[in-house]
Each structure stands twice: as structure tokens, then as C-alpha cells.
Design a protein around this ligand. Structure first.
Ligand code: AMP
Length: 504
């Protein structure tokens, strides 16, 4: 058993030193160059912070993010990626929770550093890269490393308005990599096209499959995804054979009719995870790229990328639902009813996950952790945690898991997980706004912000875009003189849904 993912990296670098590991349109990292860069950055970080500290990587999304992540790991630390376009207010919320030992930045983010309120050490990426490797320090850090050490923290939307930092250990990631590389015979011939941002768990296969196998990951510029034809041409040029994309990216490609212009037949494996994949869009992909294996995976950030998989091996009508399938070998799934009993086949219950795949909880948030990481209700004889996803599901007659929606107000938009409560909280932070309620129109993926109070719509919009990332901004604003309330004195969401969305 490997103790950290650095062992994967170093073994692969020995086997394939000159093979491309990560490439964007400007720069290419071979495995040898990757180890060298990561060790330089690691040596520099280790001079400044102690082992087990959080290191924030606040940089433009480029191939050089990967040596930065691995540099933090060489320093015995764990990394937390922050998007270069994230508004300062949200960054400060994250940094308050994280209290990082160090922020690694680049030319693109340097100008934003003044708006960071948390006092912490800051280091320019290039300065770190120009450092000498200190093998003695790196070796002593390595000797103390455990597979239970944290590898990264990814921040997801939190219902109280404070983003939650999901902690993930080396062993959880390695366990998933062992399973996925074996299940889909991924090796050094794999060529991936990264789609998801690195602060999003959907990018985890892109980052770690190469380390284990010697595969190559191509990182196209983010704006290519606005013009899917460009991404498809990029895939064709680079002979990419494997995609781990969120359904929204696959759907956008279909909506733009891009496959009609370019349908790269080099692609042999297409995995999607993170939200419902509509069969209508899937069927268009299957029509244009018929020889690929399509896989629906399901899982939250709290359980490393995916905990179930469904290999699509039959035809699905456009209005059918794809099953989530069976548990990956590194996880277990149980469905619990309101009495915390296992449900019978066909009966809906909350999807709960167990096993090595699980997070070690939310960073610096013990109460939030205890609310959803709980003792398995199946026994009391030893400690066994389950993660309560808040998702509902049932087992069909083929013993495949089927998704049946969310228990709460968490939504998925453009592949991003969003708590509507977080958007409401930002609205309610405005003095002149009295009530706020966000609705989600599934069809069309629109967030509708309903509010009451004296605030003018352009002021509300301005405040929202200064505080929230683009993907969380509502598409529609509805001003009411009076907010409808239910008998409990709470905002009457049901009535609002009836009035302002097409599905009730
Ligand atoms: P995230 O932590 O951002 O990956 O979001 C996890 C949530 O996305 C899950 O709890 C589900 O609600 C949803 N999700 C993930 N995969 C799927 C899928 N294949 N089908 C439907 N919903 C999904």
C-alpha cells in the first residue's frame, strides 16, 4: 500500500520520465519536470509553514497549478484551490474558515491580494519555483507522512451562507484511483481532456489518474467551453480518448450542435458525474460517437468523485432516467428511511455512503460535520461513520440505485452544487431588502430570486455580482410588495413555486 500520492507520482516519473503528464496550450509538464517543479515549490513552502498546514493555491487555471498542488503536498501540507475569478467576499469567508499557513499566487491574482482580509504568508509561484530543492527537508517530511494525512480541502456551497471545506485524505483518493483505473483499464495510453475547475471535485480524476498511470491530461483554456466546437477540435487534434465531464458540459455541446461539426472518434470512454444527465443529450452523443463507453457516476465531494457507477449498455429513451448503478468497490451504499432503518427494494430512502472513500469531515466546522457524518445506525459495536448525502434514492428490480431528488434546497446548476440559502443570505445582507427566497426552475436551469423591500433591482444585482461567483447569480429577479407566508410564519415557498416556476 502506498502511503501518499507522491509515491504514485515518483514511480510513474521513473517509468515515464519524458512522457507528457499535464499540458495546456502554452506549457507542457513531463513527469520528470513535474517532480522537479513540485519539489522546488515544496522546499520553498516548507521553509515558511509547518507540516499539516493548509496551503491556498490562488492562481489562474493552468497546467502549472498541478506542481503547485503537489508542492504543497511535498511540504507535508494539504492544498485548497481558489478560483482566480472568485469575488473577494467569498474568498475571505473561505480563508476565515481555513486560516491558511500560506497563499501561493501568480501574476493574474497578485492584484487581488490587497482585498484579502486574513493575515497570512503570501508567496509568488515563480519565487517558489526558482527555489533550490532541499532533499534533506523533503525526506524528513516524507518519513512522517501517513495515508490518513489530508491531501486537499475543497469548498462547497453551505446552507448557512458559509462555504464548507470538505477534507479528503491521501488514502481516500488512492482508494478511488485503484478502483477506477482497474475498472476501466486506465493506463499510460489514456489521454484526458480536463473540463472541471480544480476547486471542484469533478476534476479529481483528471489530477490523479495520470499520477497513478502515466496518462496525459490536456487542459484547454476555459473559454473553449463557451464554444464547444473548439473543445471538440482540440480533443481531435490531441487524440484524446477519455472524458470526465459534468453533464452540463456535455449538454452544452449538444445544445450548440457542435457534434454535428466535429465528433472525435478517438474518444472511447465518457464518464459524467455531479448531476442528472438527461437521456436526450446522451443519445445525441451516442449517435455521433457510437463506439465510446458512456458511464453515469454518482457521488458528492464528501466521497471522492463517485461512489456508484452505471455503465450504459442498453438504449434509453429520451424521457427515461439513467440509474446511478452499483457501489464502486471502495464504498458502500445504504438507504435509510425516516426511522433509520434500511429500506426495502423499491422504497425511497436517504442515500448514505460508507467506507474508505469518505471525507474526514468539514474543515474547522465540527458541528456541521457531526450533523451529516454519523455513526451507522445499523450497529453500535464499533465506530463506523456514514455520510448522509441528503439525496433520495431507491433500488430498482435489477438492484441498481436510482436517484429520486434532494431532501433539501440544494440544487445543481451548470454542474455546480449550490445551496439556495447561500444566495438568499447574500441578498438579505442588503439593508433595504426585507425578505428573499430563491427558487430553481429545473427546466432551463434558472435561479429565480424573489424579494421584498425597498432595494432597487439594479442595486440587488450589483451586490450579488460583487459577492457571489457567476454560476450562483440568479437569472431572474422578482420584486414583491409583500412576501407570502405560511402558517408557521415562514416564507411560503410552495406558493412562490406555484406562482413563479413552471413546475410545482
Ligand atoms: P458535489 O459535491 O458538487 O459533487 O455534488 C454532489 C451532489 O450532486 C449529490 O449529492 C447529488 O445531489 C448530485 N449528483 C451527483 N452525481 C449525480 C448523478 N449522477 N445524478 C444525479 N445527481 C447527482
Amino acid at each position: 500500500m502506498h502511503s501518499t500520492i507522491l509515491q504514485y507520482l515518483e514511480e510513474t516519473a521513473e517509468n515515464f520520465p519524458d512522457k507528457a503528464a499535464f499540458a495546456d496550450v502554452e506549457e507542457l509538464y513531463t513527469y520528470k519536470k513535474l517532480v522537479d517543479a513540485a519539489k522546488r515549490i515544496g522546499s520553498s513552502i516548507a521553509e515558511k509553514v509547518s507540516r499539516r498546514s493548509p496551503v491556498v493555491i490562488y492562481m489562474d487555471k493552468r497546467a502549472y497549478n498541478i506542481p503547485a498542488f503537489l508542492g504543497a503536498v511535498y511540504a507535508g501540507c494539504f492544498y485548497a484551490p481558489i478560483d482566480s475569478r472568485m469575488p473577494a467576499e467569498r474568498i475571505n469567508l473561505i480563508l476565515n474558515t481555513l486560516q491558511p499557513g500560506l497563499i501561493l499566487y501568480d501574476d493574474k491574482t497578485e492584484k487581488n491580494l490587497d482585498s484579502i482580509a486574513v493575515q497570512t504568508e503570501k508567496l509568488h509561484y515563480q519565487t517558489a519555483l526558482d527555489s533550490d530543492i532541499n532533499e534533506t527537508v523533503l525526506n524528513s517530511i516524507r518519513a512522517a507522512a501517513k495515508n490518513t494525512d489530508l491531501l486537499y480541502v475543497l469548498f462547497t456551497s453551505g446552507s448557512t451562507g458559509i462555504p464548507k471545506g470538505v477534507t479528503i485524505s491521501h488514502s481516500a483518493v488512492m482508494d478511488f484511483m485503484e478502483w477506477i483505473c482497474d475498472a476501466y483499464q486506465l493506463d499510460e495510453t489514456a489521454a484526458l481532456c480536463n473540463q472541471a475547475p480544480f476547486y471542484f471535485d469533478a476534476s479529481v480524476p483528471d489530477l490523479y489518474i495520470p499520477l497513478k498511470t502515466g496518462a496525459t491530461v490536456y487542459i484547454p483554456p476555459q473559454n473553449y467551453y463557451t464554444f464547444p466546437k473548439k473543445v471538440l477540435q482540440y480533443i481531435e487534434e490531441n487524440k484524446i480518448n477519455t472524458l470526465f465531464w459534468v453533464p452540463s458540459a456535455l449538454c452544452n455541446t449538444v445544445n450548440c450542435k457542435a457534434l454535428e461539426i466535429c465528433a472525435p472518434q478517438s474518444v472511447k470512454l465518457i464518464v459524467f458525474c455531479g448531476e442528472v444527465m438527461p437521456c436526450r443529450h446522451l443519445n445525441v452523443w451516442k449517435k455521433y460517437i457510437p463506439n465510446a463507453l458512456y458511464v453515469n457516476m454518482y457521488g458528492p465531494t464528501e466521497a471522492v468523485y463517485a461512489c456508484t457507477y452505471y455503465n450504459i449498455n442498453r438504449e434509453f429513451a429520451n424521457d427515461e432516467k439513467l440509474p446511478l448503478g452499483r457501489a464502486c468497490s471502495n464504498c458502500g451504499i445504504i438507504l435509510l428511511d425516516g426511522d433509520q432503518e434500511i429500506t426495502e427494494n423499491g422504497v425511497t430512502g436517504e442515500i448514505c455512503i460508507l467506507g474508505q472513500c469518505l471525507s474526514q469531515g468539514y474543515y474547522n466546522a465540527p458541528e456541521k460535520t457531526c450533523a451529516v457524518f454519523t455513526q451507522s445506525p445499523l450497529h453500535t459495536k464499533w465506530i463506523e461513520y456514514i455520510y448522509r448525502t441528503g439525496d433520495l434514492g431507491y433500488w430498482n428490480e435489477k438492484e441498481e440505485l436510482v436517484f429520486a431528488g434532494r431532501k433539501d434546497f440544494q440544487i445543481k446548476r451548470l454542474g455546480h452544487r449550490i445551496e439556495l440559502g447561500e444566495i438568499e443570505k447574500v441578498m438579505l445582507s442588503m439593508d433595504e431588502l426585507e425578505y428573499a427566497c430563491c427558487l430553481f426552475q429545473e427546466d432551463g436551469e434558472e435561479i429565480i430570486a424573489v424579494y421584498a423591500g425597498k432595494a432597487a433591482e439594479n442595486e440587488v444585482r450589483k451586490t450579488m455580482s460583487s459577492k457571489l461567483p457567476q454560476y450562483m447569480l440568479p437569472q431572474k429577479y422578482i420584486h414583491l410588495d409583500q412576501m407570502p407566508m405560511n402558517l408557521n410564519g415562514k416564507i411560503d415557498r410552495i406558493k412562490l413555486k406555484q406562482n413563479y416556476t413552471e413546475e410545482h
